[in-house]
Ligand binder design. Structure first.
Ligand code: HMG
Ligand code: MG
Length: 302
């Protein structure tokens, strides 16, 4: 298949990236990060997560962050919601899109949201109806689509089954997530071939963590398979608190470097993303986990 002229990048750093940080990051820093990212040109930023603060303390400032960011017209600011309590908070915080998050693995579903896959779909049903009533976009995210830290292998058919259930709930977009970054390019082709029987390829996203260093190759394989939406995290921040050892999402700077090099438009200013990545890495007191980001920053200071 030919490569596309343009793709959509969903920046997930402020949520997936920061949720696993042990030290509480002040809301002002998160706000500054989101503002820098929207100024860089992202049309969709995952900025918040309305989950139990006992489960994920770092996300407890989500309301404050959502109320304090500068809203750019046309930008979709997304928030994770596991249940109606989360939905009400996201609505009050003016989220443009709510993200229900399930799993293709039973074991991970229990660890991450404390219920079975079937129970999670029942919880999401109310959220889905409420989202539609309020005219919000609804996105579904499916963890462990390429492997699970607790049960090991996950069959492509199991992923397709959750995609079907999320389609029935009315999701506008569905993310196929490699939570622990174990997937390889051949598997990407198999999984997307399986899920595209249940949901239009144009509305499926690839959400790759880079634990095994396969994320860029997986994105290239997904592009060839016809996927047109990708998630990435500035400075390669991240990791899931319920997926031990999993590292961050693929870094946005690396993904932009790949895509722009292929002549694929993203509408995003790579230099501004490098600045945002250096800003948050400096705050966290460590080097960005982005080869392209660090190389561009180093070239500038020469
Ligand atoms: P539970 O303990 O089964 O729920 O947790 P519960 O309904 O019994 O509630 C327990 C307590 O939590 C109660 O408070 C509730 O009020 C409160 P208490 O009475 O004990 O004081 N509570 C809430 N508080 C704030 N906001 C809420 C909320 N809901 C309940 N929305 C629950 C179930 C789903 C809440 C819990 O398991 C949870 O919050 N899990 C979140 C896990 C999480 O955020 N994981 C990371 C995000 S997913 C991810 O990163 C993967 C992704 O990137 C894709 C990929 O890479 O795979 C998306
Ligand atoms: Mg993730």
């Amino acid at each position: 298949m030919n490569l596309p002229l343009a793709v959509k990048i969903v920046e997930v750093g402020p949520r997936d990236g920061l949720q696993n940080e042990k030290e509480t990051i002040p809301a002002e820093i998160k706000v500054e990060l989101v503002n820098r990212l929207s100024a860089a040109g992202f049309a969709n930023i995952e900025a918040a997560s309305f989950v139990s603060p006992k489960w994920v303390p770092q996300m407890a400032t989500s309301s404050e962050v959502m109320h304090s960011i500068t809203r750019r017209p046309g930008v979709i600011y997304s928030a994770l919601v596991p249940n109606m309590k989360g939905f009400e908070a996201a609505l009050a915080a003016d989220a443009n899109e709510v993200v229900i998050f399930g799993s293709a693995s039973e074991a991970f579903s229990q660890k991450n949201i404390n219920c079975s896959i079937a129970e999670s779909v029942e919880r999401f049903r109310e959220v889905a109806v409420a989202a539609k009533q309020h005219g919000l976009r609804l996105r579904g995210s499916i963890s462990c689509s390429f492997g699970c830290p607790y049960q090991g292998e996950v069959a492509p058919e199991a992923v397709a089954d959750v995609v079907k259930r999320m389609r029935e709930l009315g999701c506008d977009e569905i993310d196929i997530a490699d939570t622990i970054g174990v997937g390889t390019a051949g598997q990407v082709k198999q999984v997307f071939a399986s899920v595209e029987r249940e949901f239009p390829l144009a509305q499926l996203a690839g959400h790759f963590h880079d634990t095994y260093g396969q994320a860029l190759a997986n994105i290239y394989a997904a592009l060839q398979a016809g996927v047109r939406i990708f998630h990435s995290s500035v400075a390669g921040l991240g990791g899931c608190p319920y997926a031990k050892g999993a590292t961050g999402n693929v870094s946005t700077e690396d993904v932009l470097y790949l895509l722009h090099g292929l002549g694929i438009k993203t509408g995003i200013d790579l230099d501004a993303v490098v600045d945002a990545g250096q800003f948050i890495s400096h705050y966290l007191g460590r080097k960005a986990v982005s080869r392209a980001g660090n190389a561009i920053a180093a070239r500038r200071s020469n």
